[in-house]
Design a protein around this ligand. Structure first.
Ligand code: ARG
Length: 564
């Protein structure tokens, strides 16, 4: 980044009897842009120079006005008001953007330090439904953002693959299930067993005891139970992976809850040693009342562990294994209490890294009535939503006669991109209603709109033939070119800001702004003009926009089609 403040301080340093640092600290950025990009107050100098401040301002203005960094320098009362030269700015800014090329926006801010992003984490044998999309795509974008700012990111899918419900599932399968159905349609079938179990257990409570005993057998590692459980897990994962494939999402580790089953006794013993556990109606709990939190049960009266026990164990394991700088959990805000408890317990165990546990919560998605064939209570599978988006996009592409390399490929990129973009355009903490018309609007603030703008850049470059773009600021100081350049210049800061605030929507909003600014430039100015130097200059801005849009989309987990 060009540090204008520093450059201006250096210029002022040559004409003022002050230290560089002091000058730098005195330079102001006026609220009112009409007063200049920067301003320097001369009150302090009056005593030192034995002269009225307004006269000093006049002298200083005259002494620095000729510098090429300035468009204009004006003394106003005791102030020196400075307007930075558009040409100077455009030259410096586009030089940086162009030199970075496709790497523009990336930095080494994180110095390669390890950071964990845990996301998606669905439950085995349960539907991967529309509610899971948020954790999945927010997490994926956070991974990419942290990677872009130089961290070594470990992506973890903390599968919900353990717990008493697997006792129920095994009992139900043995009573009413068959292997063929499970193989054909694992999750829907297993879910139906689970539902049936609950119906039957209402009539016959003995089933619950049977399920508990079966889970105990599973925990003890008895062969038949373990094999069934493994099989359910594998079949479920196959379905999840289909969706991850569509979204182009991968993980470094699928160590879920079951991974910690043999690590639990040690962590429970440690908590006991540290006097954290108290007995309550046969169960072992941590009393968190002094911290304004409800007590956290750690061991049930039958000796089995709980969700939070496995999370405590996982946190410790992750610290030992990866020595994370931060461990980020992208999980719905319904689990706020759970993560407050987790963090507090880790802290009470005496681990200073408890502060590095970061819960990144998000609000609920709901479907507007009538947007899909949702009967009340019916779960909406994420895979169906994605396929539906692809289908609808294909219809739009054909109807609009969109020029594409392949209708299938483009429909996939745009349809899935639209759903992902929509997820990430809302401030994550807000609840929102999923609305197809909004998601697929090619003219709104949507994924298709940004992708379309990217494809427009590509198309301009194709039409330009083999001309090598070359920045020449002289031709890029018109209002729309200048505004676009200013925006592009803010990309690296935006990436960092979105990462550090755990808020991909900052980036989403930003690339919509870029797309709008570019389309304004395209509308206001003729790009492929006869004047070679002017054409090259304008094309250099097209390239800079194109690289930034592609990179931005990529950091959101969205592909950019070459034609659209
Ligand atoms: N499997 C859980 C669910 O679907 C989410 C897991 C969140 N991660 C965690 N470390 N507790 O609700």
């Amino acid at each position: 980044m060009v540090n204008f403040k520093l450059e201006i301080a250096q210029i002022l340093d040559k004409v003022l009897p002050l230290e560089l640092e002091e000058i730098s600290g005195m330079i102001e950025i006026p609220q009112d842009k009409k007063m200049g990009d920067y301003a320097f107050p001369c009150f302090k100098l009056a005593k030192l120079m034995r002269k009225a401040p307004n006269l000093i301002a006049q002298d200083v203005a005259a002494a620095i006005a000729e510098n090429s960094i300035f468009q204009e320098v004006k003394p106003v009362n005791a102030y020196v008001n400075m307007f930075v030269s558009k040409e100077y700015f455009v030259t410096e800014a586009l030089k940086e953007v162009t030199e970075a090329g496709e790497k523009y926006g990336r930095s080494s801010y994180g110095e390669g330090k390890p950071i964990i992003v845990e996301y998606s984490s669905p439950n085995i044998a349960k539907p991967f439904h529309i509610g899971h999309i948020r954790s999945t795509v927010i997490g994926n974008s956070l991974y990419k953002l942290y990677d872009a700012i130089g961290y070594d990111v470990i992506r973890i899918n903390h599968l919900g693959d353990y717990g008493t419900q697997f006792g129920k599932m095994i009992v139900a399968y043995r009573k009413w299930g068959n292997a063929e159905d499970v193989n054909r349609e694992p999750i829907k079938t297993l879910l139906s067993y689970y539902t049936k179990f609950h119906e039957e257990a209402e009539k016959d409570p003995a089933l619950d005891d049977e399920a508990r005993n079966t889970f105990v057998k599973l925990e003890k590692g008895e062969k038949e139970e373990v094999e069934l459980w493994k099989w359910f897990r594998e079949e479920s994962l196959k379905e999840f992976n289909r969706v991850y494939g569509m979204l182009d999402i991968t993980f470094d580790s699928y160590n879920g809850e079951s991974f910690y089953s043999d690590k639990m006794p040690a962590i429970i013993a440690e908590m006991k040693d540290k006097n954290l556990l108290v007995e309550s109606r046969g169960a072992q709990i941590v009393d968190l009342e002094p911290y304004g939190l409800t007590p956290a049960p750690i061991v049930k009266s039958d000796g089995s562990s709980l969700y939070i026990t496995r999370d405590i164990s996982a946190a410790k394991y992750r610290k030992d294994t990866y020595n994370f700088e931060k461990c980020i959990y992208v999980v719905a805000s319904q689990q706020n209490l759970h993560f407050q408890q987790l963090k507090k317990i880790v802290e009470l165990m005496g681990y200073e890294w408890a502060k590095d546990i970061v819960h990144v919560p998000f609000g609920l998605v709901s479907l507007a009535e009538g947007t899909m064939s949702t009967r009340k209570g019916r779960v909406v599978f994420l895979e169906d939503v994605l396929n539906h988006a692809i289908e609808k996009t294909r219809e739009i592409i054909i109807e609009k006669g969109v020029n594409t390399d392949s209708v299938d490929e483009t429909a996939k990129m745009v349809g899935i991109g639209a759903v992902v973009f929509n997820e990430l355009s809302n401030n994550r903490i807000k609840d929102y209603v999923f609305n197809w018309d909004k998601v697929l609007d090619f003219n709104g603030e949507t994924g298709p709109y940004v992708q379309y703008t990217y494809a427009r850049c590509k198309s301009i470059l194709r039409n330009a033939g083999d001309i090598v773009p070359e920045t020449c600021a002289e031709y890029l100081t018109g209002d729309s070119a200048y505004e676009l350049t200013k925006l592009l210049y803010g990309y690296p800061e935006t990436v960092k800001d979105a990462a550090l605030k755990y808020e991909p929507s900052i980036l989403t909003r930003y690339i919509v702004d870029i797309a709008e600014a570019f389309n304004k430039f395209y509308h206001d100015e003729h790009i492929l003009v006869d004047n070679e130097a002017e054409k090259k200059a304008k094309l250099s801005l097209v390239v800079a926009t194109m690289n930034t849009l592609k990179s931005g989309l990529n950091l959101l987990g969205i592909k950019a089609p070459e034609r659209m």
